[in-house]
Ligand binder design. Sequence first.
Ligand code: NAD
Ligand code: IPM
Ligand code: MN
Length: 361
Amino acid sequence: MTRKVLLLPGDGIGPEITAQAARLLDACRKAGLDIEIEEAPVGGAAYDAHGEPLPAATLEKAKTADALLLGAVGGPKWDALEDRAKRPEQGLLGLRKHLGLFGNLRPALLYPQLAGASSLKPDLVSGLDIMIVRELTGGIYFGQPRGIEERGGERVGYNTYVYSESEIERIGRVAFEMAQKRGGKLCSVDKANVLEATMLWREVMERLAPEYPDVALSHMYVDNAAMQLVRAPKQFDVVVTGNMFGDILSDAAAMLTGSIGMLPSASLNASGRGMFEPCHGSAPDIAGKDMANPLAMMLSVAMMLRYSLDENALAERIEKAVGQVLDDGLRTADLADDSSQAVGTRAMGDAVLEAFIRQTP
Ligand code: NAD
Ligand code: IPM
Ligand code: MN
């Protein structure tokens, strides 16, 4: 059966890295993968063309696709938009919410060739392999009430940090199951010493634990977790946390692997359908300069093949191709010791594609 993949390039470096991912998908198709590829506007690009960051036609296509691949959204051009609903980021948040993509997997995996590019000493990160499981459709990102309003002669801004037991339980199960398949360790990160929503979070994680006797559950406050992540990151196997803490911790974890340009992600719903995207943003400072690292995006294609299309062999081929290119010494500017030796987005894409094609399945 032909499966539909929807490309959502977005803004800034989004289209540049999506182009590299599209070439890889094309190579997968030539290698026998039965897919049909479509493209739709999202984010600032969609706002400029249609007045909405998530046009109805894009959402419709997203709902019928078997998997979505998103570049990045946002940028200074749209930061001054006063109507929050029109901001590019709402396109991304809307897709997550409408498609029920509550389970966000962010693997911070160090390619051994990049130990020297990490912000930590090589011995602290060699062998690093952390899976951050971030809740993606709840918490303070979506809680009501929210807003900015006049109170007592000045304006106040407010948001609500809210999680229901069922929301905590379903992300908890994703994380426990992930820990079962990996090293058997799960660290739940919260702020249960201060915030009621995360006291409940901790309670629900504890309640689930007896159902997973092969998983060792621990808890950590988020401030300590941030510190531990840069002190001794290899203590972590699977980390489960709420929407905002997961956003912050995963950017920090990315840097341990050499660059934010190395971290892919999968956002899955209850039926395993998903959207795949790099963890980084639209990088306005380097957009249009052929400087962006496309590897997080290309590794997101691998996650798509693994998690939504059930094509493990192709996923492994992509990951191996990335390893080979790094073995050959190719580095984009974010990874290079000497930026004069760095290759561009397109050249990195070429190299991964060649290494992918060279491999015999
Ligand atoms: P960012 O991740 O875009 O950039 C942070 C820094 O990392 C910049 O110096 C950038 O050049 C660098 N960087 C990011 N990706 C890179 C890559 N692939 N290769 C090389 N360097 C890379 O974060 P920001 O500057 O805080 O945000 C910029 C815009 O992106 C904002 O509008 C923000 O809302 C948006 N954003 C979108 C997403 C998304 O679409 N998933 C994620 C984060 C931020
Ligand atoms: C991410 C981004 C998004 C988030 C923004 C752009 C809405 O930072 O995917 O990590 O905060 O989730
Ligand atoms: Mn983020």
